[in-house]
Ligand binder design. Structure first.
Ligand code: BEZ
Ligand code: FE
Length: 288
């Protein structure tokens, strides 16, 4: 019989998990055991702290459902989501960088034409987001799909509300010359949900629980790596303290105020509006 001691428990647990049939599972689980045990040793974890941590994990699971992803939020505020993004999307210099998906993307958004209005009656300052989608060599990526979503002026996403129709989300397609045009409303900074276990933990720290004003994009095109990213408003509050570590300098764009008049889609706007220009650069798929 193998006697368990404080000194040999880590090696014993690693040996057991190394028997996983899939080699990658064995690698992941033995490393997890090693780091967890090192953590407990380093902080001399007490039983009360272990119980509190289990309670927190339980509550995180219990508050989660199809519309609320509290574990993703936990990963986001710990910086883990953004680290995983960076490890897995090492694009060439010049390609638009990726950032976190966040918990509020909804599949199956309706497709709108060039300059189509995805805000459709939601209050806010009209915003036209325009530019091109190109490859690293500057070639337009005709037909690239831009799946766009954002929060309303109160910081609420459709996924957090009880609504039946698509709200502040739509898909657009780049034209032959790579040009796209999104009509929406200017986003505002907002707080992550603070009424759950993640908020309760963040609230015990000096961490700002806000995200800077942004619009989300998921770009897809044949032959290119999918790109999950955001555009952030230049000068917005919280750019340097984004609670989910999602900001990147390359994704910060000027939101320029415009007088009533002609708009980039060839129409006109009767009230003051805002224009933001950004050229997306997609990373070609790695040869397989
Ligand atoms: C978001 O931008 O939608 C988001 C990302 C991470 C956590 C919460 C919200
Ligand atoms: Fe967001």
């Amino acid at each position: 019989m193998q006697l368990v001691t404080e000194d040999n428990i880590t090696a014993l647990a690693q040996q057991r998990w190394a028997t996983a049939k899939d080699p990658r599972t064995a690698e992941l689980m033995t490393a997890l055991v090693r780091h967890l045990h090192d953590f407990a040793r380093e902080v001399r974890l007490t039983e009360a702290e272990w119980t509190a941590a289990i309670g927190w994990l339980t509550a995180t699971g219990q508050i989660s459902d199809a519309k609320r992803e509290e574990f993703i939020l936990a990963s986001d505020v710990l910086g883990l989501s953004m680290l995983v993004v960076q490890l897995n999307h090492r694009f060439s210099p010049g390609a638009t960088p990726a950032t976190v998906l966040g918990p509020f993307h909804v599949d199956g958004s309706p497709e709108l034409g060039f300059g189509g209005d995805m805000s459709d009656g939601v209050a806010g300052t009209p915003l036209y987001l325009t530019g091109t989608v190109r490859s690293l060599d500057g070639t337009p990526v005709a037909g690239a799909v831009l799946d766009v979503w954002q929060a309303d002026a109160d910081g609420a996403y459709e996924a957090q509300l009880d609504v039946d129709e698509a709200r502040l989300r739509a898909k657009y397609r780049a034209r032959e010359d790579g040009a796209y045009c999104v009509r929406t409303i200017a986003p505002k900074g907002y707080s992550i949900p603070m009424d759950g276990p993640v908020g309760s933990l963040v609230g015990q720290t000096g961490i700002s629980h806000f995200r800077p004003a942004h619009v989300h994009f998921l770009l897809t095109a044949d032959g290119f790596e999918p790109l999950i990213t955001h555009l952030f408003q230049e000068g917005a509050e919280y750019l340097d303290s984004d609670v989910v570590f999602g900001t990147k300098q390359e994704l910060v764009v000027a939101f320029t105020p415009r007088e009533p008049g002609p708009t980039p889609d060839g129409g006109t706007c009767a009230v003051p509006w805002t224009e933001a220009r950004y050229d997306f650069v997609l990373q070609p798929c790695a040869p397989r």
